[in-house]
Design a protein around this ligand. Structure first.
Ligand SMILES: Cc1ncc(COP(=O)(O)O)c(C=O)c1O
Length: 370
């Protein structure tokens, strides 16, 4: 079945005789012993989480998926599953929440080298005898840098390391890292999977059932950072329309990227769909669309960036991305003093409003800082 069809039908199991077209929410936290489904207690598994995991595994074309209560919980489970004393290679512009997880929660347990993941030589130089995990995030947040998943998978596997890919920005609509050689895929399902800025969630998907995955499952079930049955229901509900939302997000992002490119107040535009983007060719070879996030640097520094954002009416000044409504923020203001993100960089999560309205709003806001 094609992606759109799998997204609509996978994991939708109606087990009662009501004739419901949609699987209901099973709120019970516990299950009678000896039940046919083998369910015991909701932290270990419940019908809605099992359905959601089946759906996500199918979309990423993996062997299995595990749903978590947030993207950070999912990523943290990967670091936790490594043997203590492991070395990790991670992107220097990694999503700051997971950067914090690696450097704060695993301080004294693992070591990390942060490198430019678009530079294959830099990755090779960073390898150590105990490197067990290479982490990529492509496109990256917020600089939209592109990592070559195929080549980095080769480097990881030559070194008996695991390659994990944060696929939040691309989604499986546009990129399947497991088919390109990655071993684990991670998602913040808070973003495009949820799609409506109202659910927190995360997921991991594995290429194969192996010992590492058994550890991840144990961390999920015993650690207990799991989503509720209701959240699983709403996530699956939202994923049913993911393919069509993503096509809209990417189309609109391209329109805005082209607009920023010719805007005299814009210093630099970051969008992998632009031919001028340094990662465009690799992106085109591993993605079927370029996603819905565009970043740009505005002339006049942080002050001009803040002024521009404050003048916008349709774009909400808020953290996060992947919802149907357009969001905008100056990332350095959110990422704190250690950030490498330029102070005048604005990230836009381009929504599904009509682009004529988005451009009109941008025009009026830019005219105020001119
Ligand atoms: C690329 C990326 N990975 C992971 C996360 C963490 O996800 P969550 O906020 O669901 O914990 C985010 C959140 O912004 C993200 O943008």
């Amino acid at each position: 079945m094609k992606f759109e069809t799998r997204a609509i039908h996978k994991g939708n199991h109606v087990t009662d005789n009501s004739g419901s077209v949609v699987q209901p929410i099973t709120l019970s936290t516990t299950f009678e012993h000896g039940n046919e489904a083998g369910l015991l207690y909701t932290r270990a598994g419940n019908p809605n989480r099992i359905s959601l995991e089946e759906l996500i595994a199918s979309l990423e074309q993996g062997a299995d998926a595990a749903a978590f209560s947030s993207g950070n919980a999912a990523g943290t489970a990967v670091f936790q599953a490594l043997e203590p004393g492991s070395h990790i290679i991670a992107p220097d512009d990694m999503y700051h929440g997971l950067h914090n997880s690696m450097t704060k929660l695993f301080k004294g347990i693992h070591t990390v080298s942060f490198v430019d993941m678009s530079d294959l030589e830099a990755i090779k130089v960073a390898l150590q005898p105990n490197t067990r995990l290479i982490w990529v995030e492509t496109p990256s947040n917020p600089l939209l840098k592109i990592s070559d998943i195929r080549r980095i998978a080769e480097i990881a596997h030559e070194h008996q390391a695991i390659l994990a890919c944060d696929n939040t920005f691309a989604t499986p609509v546009f990129q399947n890292p497991l088919l390109l050689g990655a071993d684990i895929v991670m998602h913040s399902s808070t973003k495009y999977f949820g799609g409506h800025s109202d659910i927190l969630g995360g997921a991991l998907v594995t290429k194969e059932q192996n010992d590492f995955w058994i550890k991840i499952r144990t961390i999920q079930r015993v650690g207990g950072a799991v989503p509720s049955a209701s959240d699983c229901y709403w996530l699956a509900r939202s994923i049913r329309s993911l393919a069509y939302r993503m096509k809209g997000h990417a189309e609109h992002a391209m329109v805005l990227a082209d607009y920023f490119l010719v805007n005299p107040i814009v210093e630099k535009v970051f969008y992998p769909g632009l031919k001028s983007h340094p990662g465009h060719e690799i992106a085109a070879s591993q993605m079927s669309g370029f996603g819905g996030v565009v970043s740009f640097q505005v002339k006049g520094g942080a002050e001009a960036a803040d002024k521009l954002i404050s003048e916008l009416k349709l774009f909400a000044n808020a953290t996060s991305l992947g919802g149907i409504e357009s969001l905008i923020e100056r990332r350095a203001a959110v990422e704190g003093p250690d950030t490498l993100t330029p102070p005048n960089l604005i990230r836009v999560s381009v929504g599904l409003e009509h682009t004529d309205d988005l451009l009109e709003d941008l025009d009026q806001a830019f005219s105020k800082i001119n």
